[in-house]
Design a protein around this ligand. Structure first.
Ligand code: ADP
Ligand code: ASP
Ligand code: MG
Length: 405
């Protein structure tokens, strides 16, 4: 089947019934244009956060399987309501859970990866002329357990469906007009980008630009899936995400990101001898926890401190693992700090230009912002600083690199 378009509507686009009706009208307009439309929907507004809040009212350490059972309900509500809205306007639509359309994942609850998607059911419904609506963010593992794909995972559902259905375009509808040089809610004169490469978008998403889930961009880049990020409240062109085009390289810094969702963990007084760091991070990896920045202090009398960052959601688990483990490696204590933010500047152009680090540090220093940790790659520089300095740092860097309108 040809002429398939996948459209994903984020939670903000379906936050209330009026917005759901508006989405229904837009979907129908694409059907009328002759597209076979597959719609992916997220949970209404802040539903997922509210569900997590409910869980934490019961226990601080809910079983991850049950968290997935709970979180997956959010998307089931929105797909059904959207299908009803489309029916009301006289068109045929059918809604599905991830499991129903065969979105098969591995078993890592709360951050499962899609292994395979069975397109039979979707194709059959499209052939009947129906609009197909799929619950984002969820799948099913080999034991028929419901899984979720990590926060923002509806983007992943959309990209996966676009790939297996060979869609012409994967449209991501959200509450801003596209991808901006930085979060337009923090910097008023942030500039909308007409296009961005997968590589830069992946880096920005990994570093905190919430507008697209990082994993979904990784997959889109791998399979060259064209993505259009745009507003569900207007008809304007948004941002196209595609392969690198040479003109993009002229730009030194593409954007600035802020991530307030990480915490710093420090293992204090670790014996400074070979193999200790390996044991610490092996232990954490076994807990299925991703570590971001790592810093080891200069050794003092045979001891050192090792600090690293993890996403806040993994903090409790990390501390639990390490509290038992530090005795084994003869370290003294483990401490953490949730009051941090990570600010990053991103751009492919950095590969061939120097001076970005110096300019970054200078801009922060001018605002008297202290840097706690630094990490770099060939296309980004990240600084960890105090949480309340996050937004001022983003503003300072956005200005210093001349990214505004
Ligand atoms: P949705 O509910 O549609 O999935 P998200 O909240 O996940 O929406 O993502 C959209 C939000 O991402 C925007 O409201 C904006 O505040 C934030 N954001 C952060 N960085 C950027 C950026 N560089 N460009 C656009 N939006 C960004
Ligand atoms: N509802 C899920 C979340 O809030 C998935 C998504 O929005 O993409 O993370
Ligand atoms: Mg999102």
């Amino acid at each position: 089947m040809r002429n398939i378009i996948v459209q994903k509507y984020g939670g903000s686009s379906v936050a209330n019934l009026q917005k759901i009706m508006r989405v229904a009208r837009r979907v129908i307009s694409y059907k009328k244009k002759g597209f076979n439309v597959v719609v992916v929907v997220s949970a209404l507004g802040d539903t997922t956060d509210e569900l997590l809040e409910l869980a934490s009212g019961i226990t601080k350490t809910p079983p991850e399987r049950e968290l997935d059972m709970l979180m997956a309900t959010g998307e089931q509500v929105s797909v059904a309501l959207l299908a009803m809205a489309i029916h009301k306007f006289g068109k045929e639509a059918i809604s599905f859970t991830g499991a129903q359309v065969g979105i098969m994942t591995d078993s890592s609850h709360t951050k499962a990866r899609i292994i395979d998607v069975n397109t039979r059911r979707i194709r059959r419904e499209l052939e009947k002329g129906r609009i197909v609506i799929v619950a984002g963010f969820q799948g099913i593992n080999i034991d028929q357990e419901i899984t979720t794909l990590g926060r923002g995972g509806s983007d992943m559902t959309a990209v996966a469906l676009a790939k297996v259905l060979k869609a012409r375009m994967c449209e991501i509808y959200t509450d801003v007009e596209g991808v901006f040089t930085t979060d337009p809610r923090i910097v008023k004169n942030a500039r909308k980008l007409d296009s961005i490469s997968y590589e830069e978008m992946l880096e920005m998403a990994s570093l905190g630009a919430q507008v697209m889930q990082a994993r979904s961009i990784e997959a889109a880049g791998k399979y060259n899936i064209p993505i259009h990020v745009r507003s569900s409240f207007s008809g304007k062109q948004g941002t196209y995400i595609s392969k690198e085009v040479s003109a993009m390289e002229d730009v030194l810094v593409r954007g600035v990101t802020l991530n307030k969702n990480e915490a710093k963990v420090t293992v204090c007084d670790v014996p400074d001898k070979p193999g200790v760091a390996a044991r610490i991070f092996e232990k954490i990896a076994k807990g299925n926890i991703n570590v971001d920045m790592i810093i080891q202090n200069v050794s003092r009398k045979g001891y050192t401190d090792v600090s690293f960052t993890v996403v806040v959601g993994d903090l409790k688990k990390t501390i639990r693992i390490l509290e038992n483990f530090i005795k084994k490696i003869k370290a003294k204590a483990v401490t953490y700090d949730k009051g941090i933010a990570k600010v990053s500047v991103v751009g492919i152009g950095m590969r061939s230009h120097s001076g970005v680090a110096a300019k970054t540090f200078k801009a922060l220093a001018a605002k008297k912002i202290n840097i706690d940790m630094i990490s770099t790659s060939e296309i980004k520089i990240s600084c960890v600083l105090k949480k309340k300095k996050g937004a001022p740092a983003v503003k300072a860097l956005h200005k210093a690199f001349g990214l505004g309108r």
